[in-house]
Design a protein around this ligand. Structure first.
Ligand code: SAH
Ligand code: F3S
Length: 480
């Protein structure tokens, strides 16, 4: 495996992937920091993953310690999301709060990363001139170097680097530290699909897959630290196509098959997948990889062929339904969740009814559904959008109530069944219970008071539905 090779001094980001992971820091000690670091993460799981890796990197690079209190931090980093306008606005309201800390203590450093940073670049400084660093999703491994530059006597200006240096960031980051029994592993970055409404290809760049051997090594590493459940991450995770050490291309289904041979692996999840990449081979994997959980998040966005075409999704509704049918033929207990965009420019009542029908036909019981938000630089942002806001809101409410009803009925159908669950944490709902996750991702409160059992799989008898997505269960046995 290629070792992470973060070089703390030189401008060597384009050097070959030589390991310097164990090399002692060669910059003067007085430049090292013993300060407090606060990182706030907005948006998707990829941002969560990026923030965790950035935190590992900064702590390895210096004697920074994490704090959960922004008011006492010396370095504040905001990992941002720009998928919808509201998400983007949250960035500036948070920065407004941070500005007050800086007014009191001008020596603190404020950095903004993620998709808003990628989109705005140096322009972000016009709205927030007190920001010291602007880094993108692909340059977060350069943050320690950017911080040093910013601190340097001669550097009076904020440091901005939102470039897309391919997949190099993974080679520059240390192996992840893991807390607990669940881990995310990012396997590909970016998106080349260019849906007409979406900002991701512009902020995260085109699809790039990590080398196969690196992914396998990272999964093996987290498993060796006690992880039982791994979630593979990517904007279009099932478009994965990575090279192995012989230069052969390995696709997503092959990657899953390989990971399933790792003995410590309990459950395997992935997100977010794209319908066009749900290949026959991937469907077949559900027949013979028992570690693959019976839950798939497969965004469809709309049930109307007209809207799907305008969104440039490159498939129609019957394609989606046929894929789901094929999947359920090999995995009948599959729970399906999806993403919907409501009120896309020109979406008629009839189009929306098609979405409601698709929810029923595909038997979708959970979704992330939002009203369409025009994003600067995307084709759809220039289109006429005659639908009144109130109509969009009414459609969204109808969709969400429909989904809640079907989620509730699926949850209730689990009452009386035996399930394997993963014991996750102390239950915040019931005393002397642990909160666990089921194979289909439902939340299950199990009558186990012993917190040393967290991280173990257990067989339980489901006794009661507590809410739309939560159940209560009685312990049958705990697996070692
Ligand atoms: N790769 C995934 C999507 C990732 S983006 C796919 O195949 O669709 C995450 C979700 O954000 C999308 O599924 C979409 O539902 C939502 N989204 C993206 N752009 C949006 C916009 N302009 N307005 C509202 N929702 C949007
Ligand atoms: Fe966005 Fe479409 Fe890619 S929703 S992330 S452009 S698949």
């Amino acid at each position: 495996m290629l070792q992470p090779s973060y070089d703390p001094v030189g401008d060597s980001f384009h050097e070959s992937k030589v390991s310097r992971y164990n090399a002692p820091p060669s910059y003067p000690l007085e430049h090292r920091m013993s300060k407090k670091l606060y990182i706030e993460t907005q948006g998707c799981q990829m941002n969560e993953y990026d923030s965790a890796r950035l935190s590992d990197l900064l702590q390895m690079d210096s004697d920074l310690i994490r704090t959960e209190d922004p008011a006492e931090a010396d370095i504040l980093l905001l990992n941002t999301c720009s998928i919808r306008e509201k998400a983007q606005e949250k960035v500036f309201s948070e920065l407004g709060r941070w500005r007050k800390y800086k007014d009191k203590r001008p020596d603190i450093m404020i950095g903004v990363g993620g998709c808003v940073a990628a989109q705005e670049g140096g322009d972000l400084l016009r709205r927030a001139p007190f920001v010291d660093l602007v880094f993108g999703p692909q340059t977060l491994h350069r943050v320690p170097e950017m911080m040093r530059k910013r601190r340097h006597e001669s550097q009076k200006l904020p440091v901005v680097d939102v470039s897309f240096p391919d997949i190099e960031k993974f080679d520059q980051l240390p192996e992840p530290s893991v807390q607990g029994h669940k881990a995310f592993v990012s396997i590909m970055e970016g998106c080349s699909k260019y849906c007409s409404f979406c900002v991701v290809p512009y902020t995260r760049g085109e699809e790039v897959s990590r080398p196969f051997d690196d992914v396998v090594a990272e999964v093996a590493h987290v498993l060796s630290l006690g992880v039982r459940e791994v979630t593979l991450l990517g904007q279009n995770v099932n478009a994965y196509l990575g090279h192995d050490h012989e230069g052969r291309k390995v696709n997503f289904a092959e990657l899953l098959r390989c990971l399933a041979t790792l003995p410590q692996l309990g459950w395997l999840r992935y997100t977010t997948s794209h319908p066009l990449e749900l290949s026959d081979e991937l469907i077949a994997a559900y027949a013979d990889i028992p570690q693959l959980v019976s839950h798939l998040h497969l965004p469809v966005q709309s049930g109307s062929d007209r809207v799907l075409a305008a969104m440039k999704r490159n498939h129609d509704r019957s394609y989606y339904l046929n894929r789901i049918r094929a999947l359920r033929a090999v995995r009948p207990d599959l729970h399906l969740s999806s993403d919907f965009i409501i009120g896309f420019p020109g979406e008629s009542d009839e189009d929306f009814e098609q979405t409601m029908n698709l929810v029923a036909e595909a038997d979708i019981d959970f979704s992330y559904s939002f009203i369409y938000s025009p994003r600067p630089g995307t084709p759809a942002a220039a289109w006429d959008d005659p639908i009144p806001a109130a109509a969009k809101k009414a459609r969204l409410d109808r969709l969400q109530s429909r989904l809640a009803i079907s989620a509730r009925s699926k949850t209730e159908a689990m009452v009386g069944t035996r399930q394997i669950v993963l014991l996750d944490a102390v239950s915040s709902r019931l005393p002397d219970h642990l909160a666990a996750s089921a194979f289909n991702t439902r939340l299950v409160h199990v009558n186990v008071a012993d917190t040393t059992q967290i991280g173990r799989f257990a067989e339980v008898q489901i006794e009661e539905a507590l809410s739309t997505n939560a159940l209560r269960a009685r312990l049958l046995q705990i697996y070692s």
